[in-house]
Design a protein around this ligand. Structure first.
Ligand SMILES: [Zn+2]
Length: 253
């Protein structure tokens, strides 16, 4: 039993344990090309949270990792079979209840570790900050923690070389052979500004990609996944250790 994983610890251990920071992994349940499971984002995010927490715990940070929320915003994929959409307003309600608990127990530092591109907690954190002025809340997209182009040849964003490599390392029994995967080809917008990303709209997923993947997974390997996992968890453990050490009333220099 790992003392920093809430689901594995006991009240006996926890009731007098110093805890400064809570981490909430947040994923999604959605199709991932033809070769990765629907739970990919949850599997990845939960293990990245646990390993980053372990490294930070060893550096002295006292924290707790909450169970992963398994449903993300999938509003652009309502026609893809059993992709579970959780609307942003529902996510806010969940966050508000969890923040309320942490606030009552004086765990005033709260990190949301996000593993799904459709989730965006920024505006929710602004609103939570008004409702819980004593709390410090931040979010981190683990897939942006390091420069992915250092580790992978082909970029993408969904069930791509990065995610496939990572799953080959952390959950190889759940990855189908690469020759069963689709090519992950994704169409671009016909409007220039949307491709340049200074204008934004939601992508209608089934019009963009035939196999639900965005990004070619064919060059994925377990070795790439292992290197990436180690780099990402190390970087996030440093964030956690920094958060643990910081005075939330004195964050600027
Ligand atoms: Zn994913």
């Amino acid at each position: 039993m790992r003392p920093y994983i809430l689901a594995e610890t006991t009240w006996k251990k926890l009731r007098n344990q110093e805890i400064e920071l809570a981490i909430l992994p947040w994923g999604a349940t959605e199709a991932h090309n033809l070769h990765l499971p629907y739970g990919t984002d949850n599997i990845e995010t939960e293990i990245i949270a646990a390993e980053s927490a372990r490294l930070a715990w060893e550096k002295g940070a006292r924290l707790v990792v909450l169970p992963c929320i398994p449903f993300g915003v999938n509003t652009g994929q309502m026609d893809i079979r059993i992709n579970i959409n959780m609307n942003p307003t529902t996510q806010y309600a969940i966050l508000k209840d969890i923040t309320d608990v942490l606030n009552r127990h004086r765990i005033r530092k709260f990190l949301i570790l996000n593993g799904h591109g459709g989730n965006d907690f920024k505006q929710m954190i602004r609103e939570l900050g008004v409702n819980f002025p004593d709390m410090f809340i931040c979010s981190c997209n683990w897939y942006q923690a390091v420069d992915n182009s250092v580790f992978f040849e082909k970029d993408g964003g969904h069930a791509d070389e990065m995610e496939t490599s990572l799953m080959m390392f952390i959950a190889p029994e759940m990855v189908l052979p690469l020759n069963e995967a689709g090519n992950g080809h994704a169409k671009k917008f016909s409007i220039k500004a949307l491709n340049e990303k200074w204008a934004w709209t939601e992508r209608k997923w089934s019009k963009v990609t035939a196999d639900t993947g965005v990004g070619d997974p064919s060059l994925a390997s377990k070795e790439k996944g292992e290197k990436y996992f180690k780099a990402v968890t190390w970087k996030i453990s440093e964030l956690i250790a920094d958060l643990y050490r910081s005075d939330i009333n004195d964050l600027y220099e």
